[in-house]
Design a protein around this ligand. Sequence first.
Ligand code: BG6
Length: 514
Amino acid sequence: MSKHDAIAAEGAVYFLFGATGDLARRKLFPALFSLYKEGKLAEDFAVIGLARRPRTNEQFRADVHESIGEFCRYKADDEALWNRFAEHFVYMPLDIKNVDGFRELSRLTVELDKKFDIPGNRLFYLALAPELFGPVSFNLRDGGMLESPGWNRLVIEKPFGYDLESARKLNTQLSQVFKEEEIYRIDHYLGKEMVQNIEVLRFSNAFFEPLWNNKHIANVQITLSETVGVEERGGYYDKSGALRDMVQNHMMQMLAMIAMEPPSRLHPEDIRDEKVKALRSLRPYETAAEVNQHVIRGQYSEGAVNGKPLSGYRQEDSVNPESSTETYFAARVYLDNFRWAGVPFYIRTGKRLPVKTTEIVIEFKNVPNNILFANRHELEPNLLVIRVNPMEGIYIKINAKKPGAENVVPVSMEFCQSCMVGINTPEAYERLLHDAGRGESTYFTRWDEVAQAWSFVDRIAAVWREGNASLQFYPAGSWGPERTDGLLAEDGFHWWPVNGQVEDNVIWISGGPK
Ligand code: BG6
């Protein structure tokens, strides 16, 4: 049993700021219910929903019930269990700009502490716009919310700033109220089962780690593709774009997990130290010419998926009809350290691509071509593919003799995790809320990681701002701007098919991908 399975979160009051919002409905209420159902939340907890809009406790509980019915992997059909769970939920309307409301909140909290025998621990989850993080923190302090005998933890969502400067300002505000170890910055990719599994795969298998370097690895490819467009989030997305929305956080975090050195202990700070070292060794683009050479910036235009016509980004709601915001990003990046010198990491992410998938492909170098089989056959490189989302698992591609023939053929061996646990794998938010509730901060981003990722991304943004990089269009439903293939071809590589779509000649040992 892993430590994740075993330990219930410590008794605490959970304050959900933004309790009437989308994140609470889709992710947080279902996550709390799953944790409760699995015994990871004991009876010593309370949840206070906070938002401006008036709501009674009954209405709030009805919202929670509805959200669980729609989004939770467990159903709330055991009435006794539901009633016990629901009793822990209360709602209080709050104007977050007015400190008096926080004093009232403080009184309510003390009552709940008594009722549920909670030892004064407080977890503040801000599902709010980032410009409110600072003011809410100040009012928590000034309203006397941080004076209880237990611990205080602040959980916040991305985006953490818009660039390094704004992120720094935000951090300065937060650090006037909370210590770094009290701040839990969410990157929900770090809550995904297979992203956490990278560490286990790398550091607990004798046959990966010895090969995990520039002597044996030819390149690394990280793809995070989405079929959705910008949906109803045009207002936010048009100011953000793929670089800030996906690269600064999720892509950089996955890259750091792949590239980091083994930590000396499995302690959160040791792991995060290694991740930040990896991010520090990212080679910065020094000039506009370098950005243009290594980075591709795309935006989807009209297109179609399965015959269904789709509009272009500029036609989406709340998007500037002349917007030059990127919905696609691809880049060749290098890490200048002993392990990775000379190994290109190709990263790409985009909206309105043909499939929804997140995959990491490690392509190994070929065996020397003057020996044995390589002399007589076209050998394909060995691959290790980590499938993060929505299918979870790994497969490796090796060369083997075709049965009954002379030929050498590629063979894939698969460990399909989703086939084993089905859809019942814990949601990222479940894992992260559970971790925050028991003070396990490994899979939250530390300030120096965030700052490092911003400083890498800011250089690209600066070149784009000066208009030095032309935006390239791609039809919705395609794999991005044409030049994306060129990025790898220039180095003699190509993107490996993702989503289990391996080439036709591969023989599957376990029946092939689902
Ligand atoms: C979010 C981005 O962080 O991640 C969204 O803001 C994106 O634009 C989402 O759609 C993707 O997450 P997942 O877990 O669905 O791959």
